[in-house]
Write a protein that binds this ligand. Structure first.
Ligand code: SF4
Length: 440
C-alpha cells in the first residue's frame, strides 16, 4: 500500500529547493502531528458572566453548581474509563466555559479524578483555557502542580469599546498582565485568542489588536472570524439588522492582512484560524484536525472513541441528572461508516495549512479516503481549488479563508452531485469558515 500511495498521481515530487529553515519547521510540524495521538477534553461549564456573542454551555458559578458538577464529572470519568483502558492520553484540554473560574481546590479535585482513572503521558500537553481576569497566583500554582503546561487566554480585542460590545469582563490591559504573571510562574507555552469581523471591527482596529497581542509574544495565536449566533445579544442584533457586520470582502481582506502580518512576525498559519511559532502548534488541536481519537467529559462535550462519535447533553442540569441516575449522559451517538470516516478526514484535514497527508492515517482510512475522493481531488487540483503536496493535497493559501466552501465543493463532487464549475460562483458564499472561540 505504501509504495502504491507514493506513486499516486496526486503526490508531487518533493521540492528539492526548500531551505533548511523551512525543512526544520516541517520536521517540527511532523513531530507535532505524530505526537497528537489521543486527547482528553474536559468541559467546565461556568463563567463569571456570559459574553454577548457566546452560545456555549456555560452558566453562573455557585458553590452548589460546582459541587454537583464535580461529583458528576467523577462519575462520568469512572463510567468512561473502560473505553480507553490501557491507552495513554497525549494531550488534555480543559475548556469551557471558563476553567479558570474553578477555585484551586476544585481544580485539584478534577485533576485527581482524571489521574486516578486515566493514564496520562508524562510529556502530555496539558492546556487550560483561562479568562485573563481570573489568572492569579493561587490558581497558577494549582495548575502548575497538576502539570498544566499550556495556557490559552481569550483576549478577543485590545480596544476597550470592543471589549464592552463583546461583553468581556476584562480590560484591554489585562491580557498582558496575566501573561506576565503566568510567565513568572514558569508557564512557557501561552496562547491568545483574538476575534475579528464583528460589528464595528475594521482592519485598522484588528491590526492594532494584533500589534498589541504580538507585543506580548505568545507562542500561539488563534484569530477567529465572528459568526452571529441566534439567541445571543450580539448575534440577534446582527440578525435583526440593528448591528452590521463588515462586508464579506472586508472580512476576507482582514483575514489576508492578519495572515500576512503574523507570517512576518514568525507565526505560521497551521490551521485556518490558528497561528504558531515553529513547534508551537497545539497538540490537542491537531488531535481534532487529524481526526484522532479523544475522550470528552462534561456537559456539551463531544468525543470520538473506538470509532464512535458522541455528544453529551448541553445543559449542566440535564447532563448531571443523567449521570446521577446511572444513565448515559449522551444526547447523540453515531458509529462511523465507510462514508463518514473519510468525509471527516477530508473536511478536518483540509483546514490544516499542510492539508491532508495520506501517511497521517491508517492503511484502512487511506484506502477509504482514496476510494471516495481520488477523482474529486484530481478535479479540484485541475481547477485550482486544491494543490498537490509531497504526500497529499491542500487548499491553496489564496483560498484558505473560504476553505469550508472548497471542502463542500469536493464533498458534493464525491457524491456525484451537480456543482457549479466556475470557482467564482462558490467562493465567498460562506465568508466565515471558523467557529467563534470557545475560549474563556
Ligand atoms: S466566550 Fe468564554 S468567557 Fe465568554 S461566555 Fe463564552 S465561554 Fe464564557
Amino acid at each position: 500500500m505504501e509504495s502504491h500511495l507514493q506513486r499516486h498521481p496526486l503526490i508531487a515530487p518533493a521540492d528539492r529547493g526548500r531551505s533548511r529553515t523551512a525543512a526544520r519547521a516541517r520536521d517540527r510540524h511532523a513531530d507535532a502531528r505524530a505526537a497528537a495521538a489521543l486527547g482528553l477534553y474536559v468541559h467546565v461549564p461556568f463563567c463569571a458572566r456570559r459574553c454577548a456573542y457566546c452560545d456555549f454551555s456555560t452558566g453562573a458559578l455557585s458553590a452548589a453548581a460546582v459541587e454537583r458538577y464535580l461529583s458528576a464529572l467523577e462519575l462520568e470519568a469512572e463510567r468512561r474509563a473502560g473505553a480507553v483502558e490501557g491507552r495513554v492520553f497525549t494531550s488534555v484540554f480543559f475548556g469551557g466555559g471558563t476553567p479558570s473560574a474553578l477555585s484551586s481546590r476544585a481544580f485539584r479535585r478534577v485533576w485527581r479524578a482524571l489521574r486516578s482513572r486515566f493514564r496520562i503521558a508524562n510529556d502530555a500537553e496539558i492546556t487550560l483555557e483561562a479568562n485573563p481576569e481570573s489568572v492569579g497566583p493561587a490558581l497558577l500554582d494549582a495548575w502548575s502542580e497538576a502539570g498544566v503546561n499550556r495556557l490559552s487566554m481569550g483576549a478577543q480585542s485590545f480596544h476597550s469599546d470592543e471589549l464592552r460590545l463583546l461583553g468581556r469582563i476584562h480590560g484591554s490591559e489585562r491580557p498582558a498582565e496575566a501573561v506576565a504573571l503566568a510567565r513568572r510562574h514558569g508557564f512557557e507555552r501561552l496562547s491568545l485568542d483574538l476575534m475579528f469581523a464583528f460589528p464595528g471591527n475594521t482592519w485598522d482596529r484588528l491590526g492594532a489588536s494584533l500589534e498589541a497581542a504580538l507585543a506580548i509574544e505568545p507562542e500561539h495565536l488563534s484569530v477567529y472570524c465572528y459568526i452571529p449566533e441566534t439567541g445571543t445579544p450580539l448575534g440577534d442584533a446582527v440578525i435583526s439588522g440593528s448591528a452590521t457586520l463588515p462586508s464579506t470582502e472586508d472580512q476576507a481582506d482582514a483575514y489576508a492582512l492578519a495572515t500576512e502580518r503574523l507570517a512576518r512576525a514568525g507565526y505560521e498559519c497551521y490551521e485556518t484560524s490558528n497561528f504558531a511559532r515553529p513547534g508551537g502548534e497545539a497538540r490537542h488541536n491537531l488531535v481534532y484536525w487529524l481526526r484522532r481519537e479523544y475522550l470528552a467529559l462534561g456537559p456539551s462535550a463531544h468525543g470520538l472513541v473506538n470509532g464512535t462519535r458522541y455528544g453529551n447533553h448541553y445543559a449542566l442540569g440535564r447532563w448531571a441528572e443523567a449521570i446521577e441516575r446511572g444513565e448515559s449522559p449522551e444526547s447523540e451517538r453515531e458509529e462511523e461508516t465507510e462514508a463518514s470516516a473519510p468525509r471527516e478526514i477530508m473536511m478536518l484535514g483540509l483546514r490544516l495549512a499542510r492539508g491532508v497527508r495520506f501517511h497521517d492515517y491508517s492503511a484502512r482510512d487511506r484506502a477509504r479516503l482514496r476510494r471516495r475522493y481520488d477523482a474529486a481531488f484530481a478535479r479540484a487540483i485541475a481547477t485550482r481549488r486544491l494543490e498537490s503536496t509531497p504526500g497529499g493535497v491542500r487548499v491553496p493559501e489564496s483560498l484558505r479563508f473560504v476553505a469550508d466552501d472548497v471542502i463542500a465543493w469536493i464533498d458534493a463532487l464525491a457524491d456525484r452531485l451537480t456543482v457549479d464549475s466556475p470557482a467564482q460562483r462558490f467562493i465567498l458564499s460562506n465568508p466565515c469558515p471558523s467557529l467563534p472561540s470557545p475560549v474563556a
